[in-house]
Design a protein. Structure first.
Length: 444
């Protein structure tokens, strides 16, 4: 059941212009940056509004009794999608919350080191900084610039582990992505997870670009911690993310962020533990995350509907997840070819061809760092910001622009509601905007 009084459509949804009709974009707006915040079909928008109305109709009965039951249904649905036991899945607002929950719960001793990679999401790196400022933990950053090979990345990881051990430090946890945010490239996360297991290091996977994007079989992957935004690629409303903790590690995650009624303090003589919410009969881990402060949790309840909507997507005789993958992977590659041809540049890729095994393509802009910015990094960043703002204000779109490795790159997101024509248009627009940069318009 999707909980709505209006049944969802039962017919197929063909990728491309047909799928675009199911989304609520403003007339003329081209959503070429799905990867940052995601979006969801109009039928799910009706559903989230339905749950919000239910909460206002009878607030206490809904929050205390109705919502937990529907939450369990959502957890079960997403657990099935990830081939994981429901007992290992809880829902949180976003991936940043997931990393904070892990890092704030672990107990650190002198010498404990957190390993992370140069392309870590910015907010996550700041979380590592905070932990190293407030606990005995230290950190080790693995530096590199894409495009590098997967083999090189894996080698640098193992070198970091060896180096830390030789210095008397203990690699405690490694943080890495399924798909890096900027630039949008795939990491060899399966092999990194296996290396963590071999070296007795906790693996913490930032799969913000995971569920709905890559096929994930969590028991096979077997990470120690994984969190993934459902609102990016799975088509749920914001914010909604999956937090996976195998049962062997659930004792490590004692508190939510913020700490709420489900927290079980260490025993103190004479102190009575009280949870004013209805008893659940569920595990301490699941109960802990069932109520985390007062907020609008209705996006959590839309997971089943999002998965059902995806099951009706069709493309070239395929349906559901197979259709979405069969459309988006090639479209992302085509977007890169179209963009690089229009701009006379290249797509970011390594010799193995693995960076582009996702729904992103990264294309270099035809701008010279020395000629346009005088090799001044602050100017280069301002140019990227100017381009992004001009695209919004004058071209009715947004495309992620970054200055990386002494060059400007554009990250293009493939999605079921986009077509080749959208990226042909984007190539022309980007060429025009780059010409304006060359004329110095960004400084005016």
């Amino acid at each position: 059941m999707n909980g709505s009084k209006e049944p969802m459509e039962a017919d197929g949804i063909e990728c491309g212009q047909d799928a675009a009709k199911h989304f609520g974009f403003a007339a003329g707006y081209r959503n070429l940056n799905h990867g940052s915040f995601g979006t969801y079909p109009k039928s799910i928008r009706s559903l989230v509004h339905h749950y919000q109305e239910e909460a206002e109709a009878r607030p206490d009965p809904w929050i205390r009794y109705g919502y937990p039951q529907l939450l369990d249904e959502s957890r079960a649905a997403v657990a099935k999608h990830l081939n994981a036991p429901a007992s290992t899945i809880v829902l949180i607002p976003n991936a940043t919350t997931g990393l904070n929950t892990v890092l704030h719960n672990l107990v650190y001793h002198p010498g404990d080191t957190i390993i992370y990679f140069a392309t870590i999401y910015g907010a996550c790196e700041k979380t590592v900084d905070y932990i190293t400022e407030t606990t005995p933990a230290s950190s080790h950053k693995i530096n590199y610039t894409y495009p590098i090979s997967d083999a090189d990345l894996l080698s640098r990881f193992e070198t970091a582990i060896t180096t830390l051990h030789s210095q008397g430090q203990t690699p405690k946890l490694a943080i890495f992505d399924t798909i890096v945010s900027l630039p949008g490239v795939r990491m060899p996360f399966e092999r990194l997870t296996a290396l963590c297991r071999r070296h007795s290091i906790l693996s913490c996977i930032d799969a913000a670009h995971g569920i709905g994007h890559l096929p994930l079989d969590l028991p096979v992957l077997d990470p120690d911690f994984l969190f993934s935004n459902a609102h990016k690629w799975l088509y749920t409303p914001r914010g909604c993310a999956v937090f996976y903790v195998p049962e062997r590690n659930q004792h490590l995650i004692r508190s939510t962020l913020p700490t709420s009624h489900g927290f079980i303090p260490a025993p103190v003589e004479g102190k009575v533990i009280n949870n004013p919410l209805p008893p659940t009969g569920k595990s301490d881990f699941v109960t802990n995350f069932q109520f985390v402060g007062t907020m609008d949790n209705s996006p959590y309840l839309c997971i089943s509907a999002a998965i059902e909507w995806r099951s009706r997507v069709t493309y070239q005789g395929k349906r559901g997840e197979d259709a979405i993958a069969a459309y988006n992977f090639p479209l992302a590659r085509e977007a890169g070819r179209i963009g690089s041809s229009a701009l006379g540049t290249e797509v970011m890729e390594n010799a193995e061809g693995t960076l582009g095994e996702c729904f992103f393509s990264n294309v270099r802009l035809p701008l010279s760092y020395s000629e346009v910015a005088g090799e001044d990094h602050s100017k280069a960043v301002k140019i990227a910001q100017w381009i992004a703002k001009v695209l919004v204000e004058e071209y009715n779109t947004f495309i992620a622009i970054i200055f990386y490795g002494e060059a400007w790159w554009v990250r293009l997101s493939a999605q079921v509601y986009l077509t080749r024509e959208d990226f042909e248009w984007a190539g022309g627009v980007l060429r025009e905007v780059c010409e304006r940069v060359g004329k110095g318009e960004w400084e005016r």
